[in-house]
Write a protein of this length. Sequence first.
Length: 337
Amino acid sequence: MSPAPGAGIPLYEHALRLHARIPDRPLEPQNDPFPEGAMNLRHAQRGRIGIDAAEAVRAHLAWPDLHPCYLGWAVREVAVPIFRDERIAEAVREADPAHARRTGRWLVRRATDVNSVLIGLALLLESAEPADIPLVQTIALYPETFGPLAYRILERLPDATASLIWAAERSQGWGLVYAVKALLRQDTEEARQWLLRRPADGDIAQGYFAHAVLAGTRAHEEVARPDADPALVDNTGLFLLTLTHCRGMGTDLLGYAHARVAVTAFFEHVSRLGPTSARFRAVQELTRHLHANTPERLGWDPRRARRLGRALLAAWAGPTEPVPWGGHRWLGARGGG
Protein backbone atom coordinates (compact mmCIF):
# COMPACT_ATOMS: atom_id res chain seq x y z
CA MET A 1 0.00 0.00 0.00
CA SER A 2 1.23 3.49 -0.77
CA PRO A 3 2.19 5.54 2.26
CA ALA A 4 0.09 8.35 3.60
CA PRO A 5 1.53 11.80 3.06
CA GLY A 6 3.59 13.03 5.95
CA ALA A 7 4.88 10.82 8.73
CA GLY A 8 3.48 9.31 11.87
CA ILE A 9 0.09 7.93 12.87
CA PRO A 10 -3.00 8.66 10.76
CA LEU A 11 -5.19 11.28 12.44
CA TYR A 12 -8.14 8.90 12.29
CA GLU A 13 -6.24 6.22 14.20
CA HIS A 14 -5.02 8.76 16.75
CA ALA A 15 -8.60 9.93 17.32
CA LEU A 16 -9.75 6.34 17.85
CA ARG A 17 -7.07 5.76 20.49
CA LEU A 18 -7.93 8.93 22.41
CA HIS A 19 -11.65 8.29 22.06
CA ALA A 20 -11.27 4.80 23.58
CA ARG A 21 -9.99 6.41 26.81
CA ILE A 22 -13.01 8.70 27.26
CA PRO A 23 -15.71 7.51 24.85
CA ASP A 24 -18.47 9.83 26.08
CA ARG A 25 -16.59 13.15 26.20
CA PRO A 26 -14.41 15.37 23.99
CA LEU A 27 -10.89 14.22 23.31
CA GLU A 28 -8.14 15.17 25.73
CA PRO A 29 -6.02 17.20 25.62
CA GLN A 30 -8.33 19.97 24.47
CA ASN A 31 -8.04 22.13 21.33
CA ASP A 32 -7.67 19.49 18.64
CA PRO A 33 -5.17 17.04 20.16
CA PHE A 34 -3.30 16.19 16.98
CA PRO A 35 -0.24 13.96 17.00
CA GLU A 36 3.10 15.65 16.47
CA GLY A 37 3.76 16.74 12.92
CA ALA A 38 0.11 16.74 11.82
CA MET A 39 -0.28 20.47 11.28
CA ASN A 40 0.58 21.97 7.89
CA LEU A 41 2.72 24.95 8.80
CA ARG A 42 3.31 26.50 5.38
CA HIS A 43 0.29 27.92 3.57
CA ALA A 44 -0.39 29.91 0.43
CA GLN A 45 -1.49 33.51 0.58
CA ARG A 46 -5.00 34.07 1.89
CA GLY A 47 -6.17 35.07 -1.57
CA ARG A 48 -5.28 31.56 -2.77
CA ILE A 49 -7.31 29.69 -0.12
CA GLY A 50 -9.22 26.98 -1.95
CA ILE A 51 -7.90 27.84 -5.42
CA ASP A 52 -4.78 25.69 -5.44
CA ALA A 53 -6.62 22.94 -3.57
CA ALA A 54 -9.39 22.88 -6.19
CA GLU A 55 -6.81 22.66 -8.99
CA ALA A 56 -5.12 19.76 -7.22
CA VAL A 57 -8.45 17.94 -6.79
CA ARG A 58 -9.41 18.45 -10.44
CA ALA A 59 -6.03 17.23 -11.69
CA HIS A 60 -6.03 14.18 -9.44
CA LEU A 61 -9.59 13.06 -10.13
CA ALA A 62 -8.96 13.25 -13.87
CA TRP A 63 -6.82 10.11 -13.48
CA PRO A 64 -8.93 7.23 -12.10
CA ASP A 65 -5.95 4.97 -11.39
CA LEU A 66 -3.93 7.41 -9.28
CA HIS A 67 -3.53 6.37 -5.66
CA PRO A 68 -5.16 8.79 -3.17
CA CYS A 69 -1.84 9.47 -1.47
CA TYR A 70 -0.78 11.59 -4.44
CA LEU A 71 -3.61 14.03 -3.81
CA GLY A 72 -2.49 14.17 -0.19
CA TRP A 73 1.01 15.08 -1.28
CA ALA A 74 -0.33 17.71 -3.68
CA VAL A 75 -2.19 19.64 -0.98
CA ARG A 76 0.31 19.43 1.86
CA GLU A 77 1.59 22.98 1.33
CA VAL A 78 -1.42 24.80 -0.07
CA ALA A 79 -4.18 26.65 1.79
CA VAL A 80 -7.09 24.25 2.31
CA PRO A 81 -10.27 25.80 3.78
CA ILE A 82 -11.96 24.18 6.77
CA PHE A 83 -15.39 25.18 5.40
CA ARG A 84 -17.11 24.08 2.22
CA ASP A 85 -15.54 25.73 -0.81
CA GLU A 86 -17.59 25.90 -4.00
CA ARG A 87 -14.50 25.70 -6.23
CA ILE A 88 -13.43 22.43 -4.63
CA ALA A 89 -17.01 21.15 -4.71
CA GLU A 90 -17.26 21.92 -8.42
CA ALA A 91 -14.05 20.03 -9.11
CA VAL A 92 -15.42 17.01 -7.24
CA ARG A 93 -18.76 17.11 -9.05
CA GLU A 94 -16.98 17.03 -12.41
CA ALA A 95 -15.41 13.68 -11.55
CA ASP A 96 -16.69 10.12 -11.13
CA PRO A 97 -18.44 10.01 -7.72
CA ALA A 98 -17.10 6.55 -6.94
CA HIS A 99 -13.52 7.70 -7.60
CA ALA A 100 -14.04 10.80 -5.44
CA ARG A 101 -15.55 8.67 -2.68
CA ARG A 102 -12.70 6.14 -2.67
CA THR A 103 -10.14 8.94 -2.58
CA GLY A 104 -11.95 10.80 0.16
CA ARG A 105 -12.34 7.71 2.32
CA TRP A 106 -8.68 6.81 2.03
CA LEU A 107 -7.48 10.30 2.92
CA VAL A 108 -9.80 10.64 5.92
CA ARG A 109 -8.79 7.22 7.23
CA ARG A 110 -5.09 7.17 6.33
CA ALA A 111 -3.72 10.71 6.07
CA THR A 112 -1.34 11.93 8.75
CA ASP A 113 -1.65 15.68 8.14
CA VAL A 114 -4.52 18.13 8.47
CA ASN A 115 -4.65 19.36 4.86
CA SER A 116 -5.00 15.87 3.44
CA VAL A 117 -7.85 15.01 5.80
CA LEU A 118 -9.60 18.28 4.95
CA ILE A 119 -9.43 17.45 1.25
CA GLY A 120 -10.73 13.96 1.98
CA LEU A 121 -13.70 15.46 3.79
CA ALA A 122 -14.29 17.91 0.95
CA LEU A 123 -14.52 14.96 -1.44
CA LEU A 124 -16.91 13.07 0.83
CA LEU A 125 -19.08 16.16 1.21
CA GLU A 126 -20.09 15.66 -2.41
CA SER A 127 -20.00 11.86 -2.54
CA ALA A 128 -20.48 10.23 0.89
CA GLU A 129 -22.81 7.29 1.48
CA PRO A 130 -24.49 6.10 4.72
CA ALA A 131 -21.63 3.65 5.27
CA ASP A 132 -19.33 6.65 5.79
CA ILE A 133 -21.11 7.89 8.93
CA PRO A 134 -18.81 6.16 11.48
CA LEU A 135 -15.71 7.34 9.60
CA VAL A 136 -16.94 10.95 9.53
CA GLN A 137 -18.05 10.89 13.16
CA THR A 138 -14.64 9.65 14.25
CA ILE A 139 -12.67 12.34 12.43
CA ALA A 140 -15.17 14.89 13.78
CA LEU A 141 -13.70 14.17 17.21
CA TYR A 142 -11.27 16.91 16.12
CA PRO A 143 -14.21 19.33 15.92
CA GLU A 144 -12.51 22.71 15.73
CA THR A 145 -10.69 21.80 12.51
CA PHE A 146 -12.80 19.09 10.89
CA GLY A 147 -16.21 19.85 12.36
CA PRO A 148 -17.38 22.36 9.72
CA LEU A 149 -16.98 19.83 6.89
CA ALA A 150 -17.77 16.70 8.90
CA TYR A 151 -21.05 18.05 10.26
CA ARG A 152 -22.11 19.14 6.78
CA ILE A 153 -21.50 15.59 5.57
CA LEU A 154 -23.55 14.13 8.41
CA GLU A 155 -26.37 16.57 7.65
CA ARG A 156 -26.69 15.06 4.17
CA LEU A 157 -26.87 11.44 5.29
CA PRO A 158 -29.68 9.41 6.92
CA ASP A 159 -30.31 9.75 10.67
CA ALA A 160 -28.59 13.13 10.56
CA THR A 161 -29.92 14.38 13.90
CA ALA A 162 -28.75 11.33 15.82
CA SER A 163 -25.34 11.42 14.14
CA LEU A 164 -24.91 15.12 14.90
CA ILE A 165 -25.98 14.74 18.53
CA TRP A 166 -23.38 12.00 18.98
CA ALA A 167 -20.74 14.33 17.58
CA ALA A 168 -21.98 17.39 19.50
CA GLU A 169 -21.77 15.57 22.82
CA ARG A 170 -18.08 15.03 22.11
CA SER A 171 -17.36 18.60 21.01
CA GLN A 172 -16.35 21.75 22.85
CA GLY A 173 -15.26 25.30 22.13
CA TRP A 174 -15.56 26.28 18.48
CA GLY A 175 -16.32 22.68 17.59
CA LEU A 176 -19.48 22.87 19.67
CA VAL A 177 -20.41 26.14 17.97
CA TYR A 178 -20.32 24.38 14.59
CA ALA A 179 -22.21 21.34 15.93
CA VAL A 180 -24.98 23.40 17.51
CA LYS A 181 -25.48 25.41 14.32
CA ALA A 182 -25.77 22.15 12.40
CA LEU A 183 -28.40 20.88 14.84
CA LEU A 184 -30.34 24.12 14.55
CA ARG A 185 -30.48 23.56 10.81
CA GLN A 186 -32.02 20.11 11.39
CA ASP A 187 -35.26 21.60 12.74
CA THR A 188 -36.33 18.26 14.29
CA GLU A 189 -37.93 17.63 17.66
CA GLU A 190 -35.04 15.37 18.66
CA ALA A 191 -32.56 18.17 17.98
CA ARG A 192 -34.77 20.71 19.75
CA GLN A 193 -34.99 18.63 22.94
CA TRP A 194 -31.22 18.16 23.01
CA LEU A 195 -30.57 21.86 22.43
CA LEU A 196 -32.97 22.76 25.24
CA ARG A 197 -31.02 20.73 27.79
CA ARG A 198 -27.45 20.00 26.79
CA PRO A 199 -25.15 22.38 24.92
CA ALA A 200 -24.60 25.25 27.41
CA ASP A 201 -21.23 24.70 29.07
CA GLY A 202 -20.05 28.21 29.93
CA ASP A 203 -17.53 28.66 27.14
CA ILE A 204 -17.45 32.29 26.02
CA ALA A 205 -17.69 31.21 22.35
CA GLN A 206 -21.29 30.24 23.02
CA GLY A 207 -22.22 33.88 22.64
CA TYR A 208 -22.22 33.09 18.93
CA PHE A 209 -25.21 30.75 19.26
CA ALA A 210 -26.90 31.34 22.63
CA HIS A 211 -29.64 33.57 21.22
CA ALA A 212 -30.18 31.32 18.22
CA VAL A 213 -30.75 28.34 20.51
CA LEU A 214 -33.08 30.22 22.86
CA ALA A 215 -35.13 31.57 19.97
CA GLY A 216 -34.99 28.50 17.75
CA THR A 217 -36.09 26.08 20.47
CA ARG A 218 -38.72 28.46 21.93
CA ALA A 219 -36.97 28.06 25.25
CA HIS A 220 -39.07 30.80 26.86
CA GLU A 221 -42.18 28.65 26.39
CA GLU A 222 -40.52 25.55 27.80
CA VAL A 223 -38.91 27.18 30.83
CA ALA A 224 -42.19 28.93 31.66
CA ARG A 225 -43.89 25.55 32.20
CA PRO A 226 -44.41 24.77 35.89
CA ASP A 227 -42.97 21.27 35.40
CA ALA A 228 -39.79 22.37 33.61
CA ASP A 229 -37.02 19.92 34.54
CA PRO A 230 -33.73 21.01 36.14
CA ALA A 231 -31.65 20.29 33.02
CA LEU A 232 -33.84 22.59 30.94
CA VAL A 233 -33.84 25.29 33.64
CA ASP A 234 -30.07 25.20 34.10
CA ASN A 235 -29.34 25.15 30.37
CA THR A 236 -31.66 28.14 29.84
CA GLY A 237 -30.11 30.00 32.75
CA LEU A 238 -26.59 29.61 31.45
CA PHE A 239 -27.64 30.79 28.01
CA LEU A 240 -29.34 33.83 29.58
CA LEU A 241 -26.13 34.52 31.49
CA THR A 242 -24.22 34.26 28.21
CA LEU A 243 -26.51 36.88 26.67
CA THR A 244 -25.40 39.41 29.32
CA HIS A 245 -21.83 39.51 27.96
CA CYS A 246 -22.00 38.52 24.28
CA ARG A 247 -22.41 41.91 22.62
CA GLY A 248 -20.34 41.91 19.44
CA MET A 249 -20.67 38.13 19.15
CA GLY A 250 -24.41 37.76 18.72
CA THR A 251 -27.76 39.06 19.93
CA ASP A 252 -27.50 39.97 23.61
CA LEU A 253 -30.12 40.12 26.36
CA LEU A 254 -31.29 43.55 25.23
CA GLY A 255 -32.20 42.10 21.85
CA TYR A 256 -33.84 38.91 23.09
CA ALA A 257 -37.55 39.37 22.49
CA HIS A 258 -38.60 36.88 25.18
CA ALA A 259 -36.16 37.96 27.89
CA ARG A 260 -38.87 38.95 30.38
CA VAL A 261 -40.58 35.56 30.26
CA ALA A 262 -37.37 33.53 30.26
CA VAL A 263 -35.56 35.46 33.02
CA THR A 264 -38.58 35.57 35.32
CA ALA A 265 -39.33 31.88 34.83
CA PHE A 266 -35.68 30.98 35.45
CA PHE A 267 -35.68 32.91 38.73
CA GLU A 268 -38.91 31.24 39.82
CA HIS A 269 -37.61 27.75 39.05
CA VAL A 270 -34.25 28.14 40.78
CA SER A 271 -36.05 29.51 43.82
CA ARG A 272 -37.81 26.14 43.98
CA LEU A 273 -34.80 24.05 42.98
CA GLY A 274 -32.30 25.67 45.34
CA PRO A 275 -28.81 27.07 44.88
CA THR A 276 -25.81 25.74 43.06
CA SER A 277 -22.71 27.78 42.38
CA ALA A 278 -23.66 28.26 38.72
CA ARG A 279 -27.26 29.19 39.53
CA PHE A 280 -25.99 31.76 42.00
CA ARG A 281 -23.71 33.26 39.37
CA ALA A 282 -26.51 33.34 36.79
CA VAL A 283 -28.93 35.03 39.17
CA GLN A 284 -26.26 37.47 40.31
CA GLU A 285 -25.26 38.54 36.79
CA LEU A 286 -28.81 38.66 35.45
CA THR A 287 -29.96 40.80 38.40
CA ARG A 288 -27.01 43.13 37.95
CA HIS A 289 -27.80 43.40 34.23
CA LEU A 290 -31.42 44.31 34.95
CA HIS A 291 -30.31 47.03 37.40
CA ALA A 292 -27.84 48.46 34.89
CA ASN A 293 -30.39 48.89 32.10
CA THR A 294 -33.57 50.94 31.95
CA PRO A 295 -36.95 49.59 30.86
CA GLU A 296 -36.52 51.57 27.65
CA ARG A 297 -33.34 49.68 26.82
CA LEU A 298 -34.68 46.34 27.96
CA GLY A 299 -37.99 46.74 26.18
CA TRP A 300 -39.89 45.53 29.25
CA ASP A 301 -40.45 46.41 32.91
CA PRO A 302 -37.85 44.50 34.93
CA ARG A 303 -39.13 45.36 38.42
CA ARG A 304 -40.64 41.94 39.20
CA ALA A 305 -37.58 40.09 37.94
CA ARG A 306 -35.30 42.43 39.93
CA ARG A 307 -37.25 41.70 43.12
CA LEU A 308 -37.04 37.97 42.50
CA GLY A 309 -33.31 38.19 41.84
CA ARG A 310 -32.60 40.27 44.93
CA ALA A 311 -34.67 37.92 47.09
CA LEU A 312 -32.77 34.89 45.81
CA LEU A 313 -29.38 36.49 46.40
CA ALA A 314 -30.36 37.53 49.90
CA ALA A 315 -31.70 34.08 50.73
CA TRP A 316 -28.77 32.21 49.30
CA ALA A 317 -25.99 34.61 50.25
CA GLY A 318 -23.83 32.48 47.94
CA PRO A 319 -23.66 28.70 48.24
CA THR A 320 -21.22 27.81 51.01
CA GLU A 321 -20.60 24.40 49.43
CA PRO A 322 -20.93 24.90 45.66
CA VAL A 323 -22.59 22.15 43.68
CA PRO A 324 -20.88 21.61 40.29
CA TRP A 325 -22.84 22.41 37.15
CA GLY A 326 -20.51 21.13 34.48
CA GLY A 327 -16.87 22.00 33.91
CA HIS A 328 -17.48 25.54 32.78
CA ARG A 329 -14.30 27.31 31.80
CA TRP A 330 -15.76 30.82 31.51
CA LEU A 331 -17.64 30.76 34.81
CA GLY A 332 -14.49 30.31 36.85
CA ALA A 333 -14.23 28.87 40.35
CA ARG A 334 -17.29 30.62 41.75
CA GLY A 335 -19.49 29.78 38.79
CA GLY A 336 -18.30 26.32 37.95
CA GLY A 337 -18.32 24.89 41.41
